[in-house]
Design a binder for this molecule. Structure first.
Ligand SMILES: [Zn+2]
Length: 830
């Protein structure tokens, strides 16, 4: 799963660049808290309670579901036929998770398909069924359950305000009254929410094959796991699609999606690869998802294990409660991935496509046995993003992506440092954090660097093959690596997977000219009462007289000094030369050394580190010249970063910067760098020459550049800006509309209210919250009560209609509250 928490997708979730917009776009995080599910492993939750994996009493072999829907009531009518056998010990009882269903019938299906009623109790979301006799291991029996699932009637007494995140089955625009939203039904199983819509053993260590007969109106397309075995026209207005999943997988990976999708077809080898998008986005489906077959090829080859399922479909749905979900052979994405070709210039979410696809091996083929072991799913999916970037866009792009991920973990580590594999937690949703994702991805990268590529991928192949179609804990991974490398790796797994924290290093160097030795001292200053002393294998590059020599060393102690031969004082000592170590570090280097590192060390991360070093003494002429030259760095991430740091430079270089940025604003190959250059120019310079640059940028293909240009023109000349803004009022792009919303919030008048009201429904997802905040700023400036009341009414409609968009609702509530406080009881007086 991808969850958009600020910590996990630290910078991806925000607008990367300083803009002149008055609002910061990065403040809000997604509240991902979910309710506690009563489950068989832990019915009471305490922080100090060991979270065992669920004890396996019975094992589901196959689940057959027949489902149909009542859109008005938002009910699912289901019939489940479940084949079960005792896991090992004989039993006369079957317990199934079923959340707040109406149970109509529970029966045993005998060998002649005759149903015989069974007695059962239904308490705390568990159906306890008394079987007709004691069943022995391998003695298969079949249970039939008729039920009604009522996801919108789940009681809210389960400890979380965000129960809608946890209801398993979602009806979107169920009454069809919202003209701007398609009608859809979709499901979200992880962690234990699929038991809202079918009775099952809702645990990640359960596995079953399944078949789902979905009956729905003919106009809808359906998607589920496995293959579409057949469809039956029912002779009325409905059709029944039968989806069959012939390979076993965990219940949380079962899915359905129903809607009026365009299905864009692709293939990989002889397998279907389909993209289900809204019809309007059909022309862009291949721009969004089209690298999927190449990714399947890459991962299959790297892992030595072919993509394991019969097909791979990806579907985009409305109002999704998370980022994306790796349902087996049928991944589901939030609408944020739907972007047209122009929007893709500003931001594309291909890494999410890579992440979900890698889960098809790590998560679906081999599954964590409990939520404590979720890093076995998420660390790999996060590392899958790296592998794709490295292959497709090169090491620098991959390292940039990894750097942002590392920053996400380090930011989270300021408030929380826990073992990666967590046997103790309050709520199982807590484990979906920047530890399980970001830190886990970094750890896998360090493991790869330690054992080498051949051993790394051979170990993953062994791990996948020996654990396919079953569930794993972290030791399965260690054992695979130990078997391949022949080395005891407990030290690595203990410090990284089973302990908290990371090393905090203080690094110093000294040259002993008499002995011709370079000394490197590395101290670990983390809190050793909670965090271990790390064993750190790493490379140190020493540059003497222009030549680089690489030394492989291993740090074992809290304070360790290593010595290297050096004929003369080194130009640079580059500790952790592969820049792979997850740590914080303090390193004293001279400007000359940082400059040398920027110019000679091979990696993007070397240059980035050097720039940060040089920015500490921006008054130094050598530092300044390197910083200036880095505005032409081959890697856009450096150019963008330096642009954001220009304010730190000493006065006196304004004209030089202006000249450089004017060129970047029109010529940089990356749209976001062009936009950032415009934003910087607009915030710091005036002049007619610049206005003509902004004017030209209005023709840029990138909406981000267009919005920046519009804001810059308005900054320079508000009358002109307002006129141009009017011209773009009918744009569909959210960034452009939000840009106009900002302009009107600063310079607008009573007439602009119409724009806000008309645009409100065009904006979905997270960007809507910013749009609403600008609307709030606008309304606060307006004195006309009729308009203010119209504004309150519009926002109340958002609160009512857009309940799935938590960000928008929260912004709307805040604005309404502020407006009503400002003008109390206005409405009642009317
Ligand atoms: Zn994931």
């Amino acid at each position: 799963m991808i969850v958009f928490k600020k910590s996990i997708y630290f910078l991806f979730f925000t607008v990367l660049f300083v803009s002149c917009n008055g609002l910061k776009k990065s403040k809000t995080t997604v509240a991902e808290k979910s309710t506690k599910l009563k489950d068989t492993s832990a019915t009471t939750a305490h922080n100090n309670e060991y979270r065992a994996s669920a004890t396996r009493l019975n094992d589901i072999i196959n689940t057959k579901l027949e489902v149909r829907f009542d859109w008005q009531k938002q009910y699912l009518y289901g019939k489940a036929t479940i084949m079960v056998k005792p896991y090992f010990y004989s039993t006369s009882v079957l317990q199934l998770n079923a959340r707040e269903m109406e149970i109509k019938e529970v029966a045993l299906v005998d060998t002649l398909s005759v149903k015989k009623p069974l007695t059962y109790t239904y308490e705390n979301d568990i159906i306890t069924i008394q079987l007709n006799k004691e069943y022995k291991k391998n003695e298969v029996y079949t249970i039939f359950i008729s039920y009604v699932s009522k996801p919108n009637e789940l009681k809210k007494n389960k400890g979380s305000a965000a129960i809608t995140d946890d209801k398993g089955l979602y009806f979107i625009n169920a009454d069809g009254k919202d003209q701007n939203k398609p009608q859809q039904i979709w499901t979200q199983g992880e962690t234990q929410s699929n038991s809202v819509w079918f009775p099952t053993i809702d645990q990640p260590n359960e596995r079953m094959t399944e078949e789902i007969f979905i009956t729905t109106e003919k106009k809808y397309t359906t998607l589920s796991n496995g293959e579409l075995a057949f469809s039956i026209d029912n002779g009325d207005s409905t059709r029944t699609d039968c989806w069959k999943m012939n390979l076993p997988h965990a219940p949380y990976l079962v899915m359905m999606a129903i809607g009026e999708f365009a299905v864009v077809k692709d293939t990989w080898h002889d397998k279907e690869v389909n993209y289900y998008v809204e019809k309007e986005y059909a022309p862009y489906a291949k721009a969004i998802f089209g690298n999927t077959p190449e990714m399947m090829e890459l991962y299959s080859k790297k892992l030595g294990v072919e993509f394991p399922w019969n097909k791979y479909s990806q579907v985009v749905v409305r109002d999704y409660v998370s980022g994306a979900m790796e349902n087996t052979s049928a991944a589901l994405f939030g609408e944020f991935v739907q972007r047209n070709d122009r929007e893709l210039l500003d931001k594309n979410y291909e890494y999410v496509v890579a992440h979900e696809l890698f889960h098809e091996w790590f998560g679906d083929y081999v599954t964590c046995e409990s939520w404590s072991n979720i890093p076995l799913n998420e660390s790999f999916a996060t590392y899958g993003e790296y592998l794709w970037k490295e292959y497709k866009y090169g090491l620098e792009a991959a390292d940039y992506h990894s750097e942002k991920s590392r920053e996400g973990y380090l930011s989270e580590s300021m408030s929380k440092q826990v073992p990666l594999i967590r046997y103790y937690y309050d709520d199982k949703e807590d484990v979906f954090d920047a530890h399980s994702y970001n830190k886990g991805g970094q750890i896998l990268h360090m493991l790869r660097k330690y054992v080498g590529d051949d051993a790394f991928f051979a170990s993953l192949k062994l791990y996948l093959e020996s654990n396919k179609f079953s569930s794993v804990e972290v030791h399965n991974l260690r054992l695979a690596f130990e078997q391949v490398t022949g080395e005891d790796l407990n030290w690595f797994f203990n410090q990284w997977f089973l302990s908290a924290g990371h090393p905090n290093l203080v690094i110093s160097t000294a040259y002993d000219a008499a002995r011709k030795k370079e000394k490197v001292q590395i101290k670990q200053i983390q809190n050793l009462s909670k965090i271990p002393v790390f064993k750190i294998p790493m490379a140190i590059d020493i540059y003497v007289n222009g030549k680089r020599q690489r030394h492989k060393i291993t740090i074992n102690n809290q304070d360790e000094t290593v010595e290297f031969d050096a004929a003369s004082a080194p130009d640079l000592v580059n500790v952790d030369a592969e820049k792979m170590l997850l740590c914080t570090k303090v390193e004293q280097k001279s400007v000359k050394e940082w400059a040398f590192q920027y110019n000679k060390a091979p990696l993007y991360l070397d240059r980035k580190e050097a720039i940060n070093g040089l920015l500490k003494t921006p008054g130094d002429s050598l530092a300044l010249s390197v910083i200036f030259s880095s505005l032409n760095d081959k890697m856009w991430g450096i150019r963008a970063y330096v642009l954001g740091e220009l304010k730190k430079l000493p006065k006196g270089h304004e004209q030089e910067i202006k000249k450089q940025l004017s060129s970047m604003a029109t010529r940089d190959s990356i749209a976001n760098v062009r936009a950032a250059a415009i934003n910087y120019l607009s915030a710091n310079y005036t002049g007619k020459d610049l206005v003509s640059i902004y004017q030209e940028a209005l023709n840029d293909r990138s909406y981000n550049v267009l919005s920046s240009a519009l804001a810059a023109i308005t900054n320079a000349d508000s009358t002109k800006g307002l006129l141009i803004a009017k011209h773009y009022e009918n744009e569909k792009n959210k960034d452009v509309l939000t840009g106009i919303a900002e302009i009107y919030s600063r310079y607008g008048n009573a007439q602009n209210n119409e724009f806000y009201v008309n645009s409100m429904d065009k904006i979905t997802g997270y960007p809507k919250s910013n749009f609403i905040r600008y609307y709030g700023l606008y309304l606060k400036k307006i004195t006309d009560e009729t308009i203010i009341n119209k504004g309150i009414e519009t926002l109340k409609k958002v609160i009512e209609k857009d309940s799935a968009n938590k960000w928008a609702v929260s912004s709307a509530k805040k604005v309404v509250q502020e407006l009503e406080a400002k003008a109390p009881k206005k409405e009642e007086q009317k």
